[in-house]
Design a protein around this ligand. Structure first.
Ligand code: URA
Length: 213
């Protein structure tokens, strides 16, 4: 079965899964779009009003900014794959809750397992924390992490960049590095990861994954 057909199979499963927590009247499934062969995957948080209406991720204002950034790095939108962790719009665009994230996560895992991208660029803290549970967007954006054969590259969410010129500047700076990271993929992926940082917290010890450099 082709990668595209395997993705279609997941989409069909999601369409009939009545247990998904954010399924509701007037709420559409917003599955990933783009190339099933993509080397670069973007993962956002959850669909908003426009995404729900058009049943496509990142088509509203945040999506327009993402398109502009893609144009600046000369990467066609059709050549990448764009998806969200949560694939139904939360009421009033509120943040997804932990049990909702858990319900949708396995589908994202399967999408990535099929596509096997070289780089996953996470947009915002929810998708970043899927890979890097202890990372903080303000300090860890723009750093390169490794997970199996994929580089994880946390970016600020374009919606946050629309609210703050400082964040926009950071997002642009990080985004413009994507072509160079893609070019250096072969050498980056063979780098040995630095040992995890052990941090004592009130709730116990955590092991925080470190960027490649
Ligand atoms: N914000 C997201 O996280 N995802 C979308 O698809 C649109 C806006």
């Amino acid at each position: 079965m082709s990668k595209a057909a395997e993705l279609e199979k997941i989409k069909a499963e999601m369409e009939t899964n009545a247990s998904l927590p954010l399924r509701a009247e007037g709420i559409n499934l917003v599955f990933g779009v783009g190339s099933a062969e993509a080397e670069l995957v973007f993962i956002g948080e959850a669909p908003g009003f426009h995404e729900n209406k058009h049943m496509e991720p990142f088509v509203g204002r945040a999506g327009q900014l993402l398109n502009k950034l893609l144009e600046r790095v000369k990467i066609p939108r059709a050549q990448v794959y764009i998806t969200n962790i949560v694939k139904h719009r939360p009421p009033g665009n509120r943040d997804p809750e932990p049990d909702e994230l858990s319900a949708y996560k396995p589908y994202l895992t399967r999408e990535l397992h099929i596509i096997k991208p070289k780089i996953v660029a996470t947009l915002g803290r929810f998708s970043m924390n899927y890979f890097l549970p202890y990372a903080k967007i303000s300090t860890d954006h723009g750093k390169i992490y490794k997970m199996n054969q994929t580089l994880i590259y946390p970016l600020y969410h374009p919606a946050a960049a629309l609210r703050s010129t400082t964040v926009l500047g950071e997002l642009e700076k990080d985004f413009l590095k994507i072509p160079a990271i893609l070019k250096k993929y072969d050498s980056l992926i063979t780098k040995v990861e630095r040992p995890k940082e052990i941090i004592e917290t009130k709730k116990g010890t955590i092991e925080k994954q470190q960027p490649l450099f």
